[in-house]
Each structure stands twice: as C-alpha cells, then as structure tokens.
Design a protein around this ligand. Structure first.
Ligand code: ATP
Ligand code: MG
Length: 360
C-alpha cells in the first residue's frame, strides 16, 4: 500500500495543499500549528474511519469555507487507485475509483493505515478499556465477522445488565438469567479466543520491533488476562453480587492485556520513553500482522513520535521502516536529519513543499 499523492482543499488550515510522497519514510517538519497533524488526519480519513482526534466532520472544514475535498491516489492490490472524500453541508461523500460509495465505510479495507499519535500513550498508561479497544479495533480491520460478534455481545451484555437491575424489584425474573448467561458465554468465549489468537501473532512482532527500538537492551512481552478462568462458572458464582451491583462482573468486557518490560509491569514501572516505545512497537506490530493476513503493508502514520525517543530509538525508527511507506511529523527539523534517504517536506502555514531543513 502506497500513497502516490494527496490533495487537500479547504481541509482545516490546508486551503490548497498537495503532497507527493516517496515510497519509504516521509518526514513532515515545521513549527507548531502549521498543519502537520492535519495532513496525517486527512490521510487517515481514507481508511473509512473518523478523525483519530475525535473531531466532528464539520470541524474539518476550513473556517469560512462551505466544504472540503480530499483526493488520494494510491497503489494497492497491484494497481493504481483513487479515492475522494468530500464534506459539504454536514454530509460526507466518498468515492472509490470515481464511483460514489453509499458511505465512507465503503473505503474500509481498500486503503489501510496504522496511526500513532501522542494520545495513544493511554494504551500503556491508562485503564484496561484502552487495551481492549486496541485489540478490538485491530480485529475489526481484519475480520468483518468480528464486528458483528462484538456488537452482538455488547447488546447481550446490556440486556443482561438491565435484567440484573430489574431483579431486586421483580425476583421472579431470576429464572430468565440462565438463558442470557448461555448466550453471553457462547459469544464471550469466541471473543476471547479471537483476541488471544491475535495477541499471539502480535506479541511475536511487537517483541521483535521493541528489541530493535531498544537495541536489544529490553524485552517486551504481552499477556492476555481473562477476568475469569471459566466464564460460565464465574457468572454463576458472581450472580448474587452481580444482582446487587447491577452489572456483569466477568467476561471479555473486563479482560485486559498485560504489558511487561523485562517481566515488570510497564504501566507501573515504565519510563515515559519506554511507554512511548511500547505503543510504537504495538502499532508497528499491528501493521505487520495486517500485512501477514491481507498481503498489503498498511501505510504507517506517526504523529510527533520523535520528541521523547533517544537518538538510538529515533535512528531505528527513521531507518528501519523503509519497507513500509511511513509519514512522520516533527517540529525540530534537526531530528529529521537522522534520516537516510526518503522524503523531507516542510509544512508552513497550511502549505507543503519538499524541503530539507537548514542545518546549523
Ligand atoms: N477547521 C479549521 N479551519 C481553519 N484552521 C483550522 C481548522 N481546524 C484546525 N485549524 C488550525 O490548523 C492549524 C494546524 O493544526 P495542526 O494540528 O495540523 O498543527 P501541527 O503542525 O501538527 O502543530 P503541532 O506541532 O503543534 O502539533 C492550527 O492552527 C489550527 O487552529
Ligand atoms: Mg501536530
């Protein structure tokens, strides 16, 4: 998967910007608030998802303009393809090879990318929901069936929780619980086994990448943690408590992924740079597993990753990723000077142009 060109019209501060990247590592450099992240965000939208910054579509249109249009030319499935996205009057219109799509979801699976932004450090630092979401989002890009399974489980869970809340007032409803439990266990176990199988592949790739980033000094390992050894037994065992609390205390919605660095919990003991390196390794591993399964290397988007990495880690990142097409943003142009080959682009006041930073 390679981006051949991206054209932005009235997209945030990118009034008219055109990027023609190299096929390896592309560094987008410039001062704060010039449009670097906006460019990554524009590329990301072609995966069919929403803004990774959680922005509403209306916020993506240049202030004062009536709409925005993005055009992408990319190489995928052994041919050149085009896609366009338009936001006008609060509505999104998507086109693939000039054919209008019913919704921008239709782009999913055609253009694939992995994004790392500074907020993703929550994956290591914050609670288990972040890690579950990471695993689920990765599986959703891979398997349409997983999206359906996950939605069904979430509906069942909501219904069981509503029932738990009703039982104190209507004790006779307790009889209906086993019916829900059987279905919840059935779907729950499928989710767990898919997550575990995915994590096994991810772990191998992430450990290898992390070892490269830390020049073999530290070892990363990941471990799936079930909230219950035996889900059916746990639901039965926790029944009284679940009724009292009004929610289901075991199941894949309570599971976690443990992240260890040299056998110590990274969440508790990891330094800032280590946490950042872990998220990077996870994201790059996600890209690799996606490639193993789909046969296409996704485009890698790295927003502001260089600032907390030491020289060795930066060097690994900048020069050992050239198999994939990578887009990296940074403020300090000197950081980008570690790059051997690839493209350098200055982003200034919403414009992009190929430019090597001046070295002092
Ligand atoms: N809808 C919009 N219309 C016009 N300008 C916008 C819109 N949305 C955001 N901007 C502006 O875009 C500018 C650039 O944002 P961006 O996040 O891309 O900066 P950046 O180059 O990544 O900076 P930093 O180095 O600080 O991360 C900001 O000044 C912001 O105010
Ligand atoms: Mg930015």
């Amino acid at each position: 998967m390679k981006v051949l060109s991206l054209t932005c019209q009235n997209y945030r501060n990118l009034q008219k910007a055109c990027l023609q990247p190299e096929s390896g590592v592309n560094v987008l450099w410039g001062e704060n608030a010039q449009g670097k992240t906006n460019l990554l965000e524009a590329l990301w939208l072609f995966t069919g998802g929403h803004s990774f910054r959680g922005a509403k579509d209306s916020e993506l249109v240049l202030h004062g303009a009536s709409g925005t249009r993005l055009e992408l030319a990319f190489f995928s499935e052994e041919r050149e393809q085009t896609a366009a996205l338009q936001i006008e009057g609060g509505r999104r219109h998507a086109f693939l090879n000039e054919v209008p799509l019913r919704s921008s979801n239709g782009l999913v699976g055609h253009f694939c990318a992995v994004i790392f932004s500074p907020e993703h450090i929550a994956l290591v630092r914050e609670g288990p929901a972040n890690r579950r979401n990471f695993l689920d989002a990765a599986l959703c890009q891979l398997k349409p069936g997983y999206v359906r399974l996950l939605n069904r489980y979430q509906r069942l869970l909501a219904q069981r929780n509503a029932l738990l809340k009703d039982i104190p007032r209507h004790p006779e409803l307790t009889e209906t619980l086993p019916v829900w439990d059987v279905r919840l266990v059935q779907d729950g176990l499928q989710i767990v086994s898919q997550r575990q199988a995915y994590l096994e592949r991810l772990t191998t790739a992430a450990a290898r990448i992390y070892s490269g980033l830390s020049h073999g000094k530290e070892q990363l390992s990941l471990d799936y943690q079930c909230s219950a050894e035996d889900l059916a037994a746990a639901l039965l065992e926790n029944r009284e408590r679940d009724i009292r609390q009004g929610f289901t205390s075991a199941g894949p919605h309570r599971d976690d992924m443990e992240i260890l660095l040299d056998s110590a919990a990274a969440r508790t003991y990891g330094s800032q740079g280590q946490k950042r390196s872990i998220v990077l390794a996870l994201k790059l591993a996600e890209a690799q597993v996606l490639e193993e399964i789909t046969g296409e290397k996704p485009v890698v988007l790295l927003d502001d990753v260089l600032s907390e990495l030491d020289g060795g880690r930066q060097d690994y990142l900048l020069n050992h990723l050239s198999d994939c097409q990578v887009f990296i943003t940074c403020c300090v142009p000197q950081q980008a000077c570690g790059l051997h080959g690839g493209g350098l682009y200055q982003v200034k006041n919403g414009c992009v142009r190929p430019e090597r930073p001046q070295t002092a």
